[in-house]
Design a protein around this ligand. Structure first.
Ligand SMILES: C[S@@+](CC[C@H](N)C(=O)[O-])C[C@H]1O[C@@H](n2cnc3c(N)ncnc32)[C@H](O)[C@@H]1O
Length: 343
């Protein structure tokens, strides 16, 4: 892997969080796949297009994009080695050949020939937005990705290389000139989003398109109420005193999205609210067990003693019960569908 500036994110997504997502590939796809049609329609992928999927994770969207770009190619980039292993396994299982997965930090990855991490970004501890990147760790030492409950810590050395956890057999990302960049919730974790989107812009050809999903405020999701019920039993602290700190809600404000994308050189920026049902489990207890293992919840539970954790899990279970349908537990999720064009 090339250099990483989003070091805490890289550690979290190569640690517990990424392992949980990798282990439960199908379940996380069930959570998010009802957003796919809106995302892929907005991306308007042509059969010869070259598509970049940013923060591709287990790669479902990359593979769907590759199917649409039948005579083109799709590349997924992600920090997480365990999730990329799932992404490649999925491509092999589904027989999708025109897809490549690469481990890297999209904020600085040298997508084009001649780019280098040092020329693509100032190094990540501060950037054009002038903000520090607060990484987060709990008393357990577990790194988290920025959900409520995280404890801000000093940013530390954000420009060191992480050891590449994968073998050295990764194919290189094809050089530059992507027609379209997509992402399903892989864009909210950048220390310096302006630098990151500028870097993604460099990966696109002039006139290239961007179609991406970011999370709306947790309060707009059914999950917000579920978290609130649990929070009565957990000493949840704000994710950070920084309003736009990296994390799921960092691009929840359309004014901020506009500022970031225009600051990164994009034009014709739009943000459209999209709601979709998210399937968290087969029944209430199953959904509660899964959500209890999800990084942000697990992180919060680790901050309290066993009795309080049990009370919180009980509250989580009861808060999920009203969402149980005949075949599944479904909660309404809320996203911004972001589109933009590279001039
Ligand atoms: C919420 S998950 C979404 C994964 C996938 N797009 C999906 O829809 O299932 C966020 C993903 O973004 C990745 N990510 C976070 N920061 C990143 C960065 N700076 N560069 C590349 N990937 C990043 C994480 O490793 C993780 O896989």
């Amino acid at each position: 892997m090339h250099s990483v500036v989003n070091t805490h994110q890289a550690e979290a997504w190569n640690g517990y969080e990424g392992a949980h997502w990798a282990e439960h590939r199908d379940r996380y796809d069930a959570v998010n796949n009802a957003f796919n049609d809106r995302l892929l329609s907005a991306a308007a992928i042509g059969e010869r297009d070259r598509v970049l999927d940013v923060g591709c994770g287990n790669g479902q969207v990359t593979r769907l994009a590759a199917r649409r770009a039948r005579l083109g190619h799709a590349v997924g980039i992600d920090l997480s080695a365990p999730m990329l292993r799932q992404a490649r396994a999925g491509a092999a299982e589904e027989g999708v050949a025109n897809v490549t997965f690469e481990q890297g930090d999209a904020q600085i990855h040298p997508f084009r020939s001649g780019d280098s991490p040092s020329s693509a970004s100032s190094g990540g501890s501060t950037g054009s937005s002038g903000r520090l990147s607060p990484g987060s760790t709990g008393s357990s030492g577990r790194l988290s990705t920025g959900f409520p409950g995280d404890l801000p810590v000093a940013p530390g050395d954000l420009s060191r290389d992480l050891p590449a956890p994968l073998s050295g057999d990764l194919p290189a990302v094809p050089l530059g000139d992507f027609d379209v960049a997509v992402s399903r919730f892989g864009i909210m974790f950048f220390a310096d989003p302006v630098a990151a989107f500028a870097n993604i812009g460099r990966a696109l050809r002039p006139g290239g398109r961007l179609a991406m999903l970011s999370m709306r405020s947790l309060a707009d999701h059914d999950l917000g109420g579920v978290f609130a019920a649990m929070a009565e039993h957990l000493p949840l602290r704000p994710a950070s005193t920084e309003p736009n700190a990296p994390g799921p809600e960092s691009l929840a404000d359309p004014a901020r999205i506009h500022e970031v994308l225009t600051g990164a050189g994009f034009e014709k920026v739009t943000s459209t609210p999209v709601d979709a049902p998210q399937t968290w489990g087969r029944g209430t207890e199953d959904a509660a067990a899964f959500l209890g293992g999800w990084g942000p919840v697990r992180f919060a539970l680790d901050q309290v003693d066993e009795a309080a954790a049990a009370r919180a899990l009980g509250a989580l279970t009861e808060a999920l019960r009203p969402f149980e349908e005949a075949d599944a537990v479904r909660l309404r999720g809320a996203a911004w569908l972001i589109t933009a064009t590279r001039p």
